[in-house]
Design a protein around this ligand. Sequence first.
Ligand code: IPM
Ligand code: MG
Length: 360
Amino acid sequence: MSKQILILPGDGIGPEITAEAVKVLELANDKFQLGLTLSHDVIGGAAIDKHGVPLADETLERARAADAVLLGAVGGPKWDKIERDIRPERGLLKIRAQLGLFGNLRPAILYPQLAEASSLKPEVVSGLDILIVRELTGGIYFGTPRGNRVLDNGERQAYDTLPYSESEVRRIAKVGFESARVRSKKLCSVDKANVLASSQLWREVVEEVAKDYPDVELSHMYVDNAAMQLVRAPKQFDVIVTDNMFGDILSDQASMLTGSIGMLPSASLDAHNKGMYEPCHGSAPDIAGQGIANPLATILSVSMLLRYSLDQAAAADAIEKAVSLVLDQGLRTGDIWSEGHVRVGTQQMGDAVVAALRNL
Ligand code: IPM
Ligand code: MG
């Protein structure tokens, strides 16, 4: 039976970068006879414009029925004034939560060709290969109560809640340990256990899970120190496991080590490796529509989709190889461009990956 892939381009640069990733996915589908059927729908601001909500029930149902989802990015100034509960980002959070996609894998890999594009010295980042495992459906992003109130003295106050239950920590810790096991067997759990109750429980539960993984070397680090170590000596890390908000922040930071956030793909997985795949970057409204965004993070997300949800490692490897070949050819979008390279737009970059993949 054919596998269903739902494409949700979203807003801003989302449609541009997704179009290039879809070309790559369609070619992989033919070349490796994957038997995929692709369909498109709307999410985020595009869904607000069409349905009045950032994620329509029918879209959620199609995502549920699909074997995997490929998403571009959501949000933009057009929808910034909308009430918080139906902002474009709520659509993204809702689909993550409703599909149970608690395990977010964000690999930060420095392509050797891009060592000069990093804001850090080449010797600090060369060979960098970090995997951030971010908890994606809990913590402060979803905690209640949350909201606004007026205090007795008439002052306005806003508040969020950061809850983590034992089972939520346990399942993401397992993803961290399992990931470490197939890499260099080093796991660093990042928290703020010197201040936060949720982090104290986090640390306790991670220690408990560690008993099942005696082969993995576990360390703990406070998030402020982790942020510092990531720019001081990033290669000390292999797999990092952390909560939703810390993972959001540290993954953006880690992305810059690799030259650009435009290079970072991600996989968001449920307990059965069904997943949604998206670049780590946002909708970049400032450059939307100009045809200059880097499509490689989304193209690399296609590779993760094939690897994790469809078990098509050969096709996934080929896409990564094609990306590497295109970088070898010297092609660079503006975000990764440096002297002596050829500056290309979104579509040219996508076409070059397609051509490289075709010739493999
Ligand atoms: C990300 C993004 C999202 C997040 C936003 C768009 C809600 O920053 O995927 O990292 O905070 O999770
Ligand atoms: Mg983010």
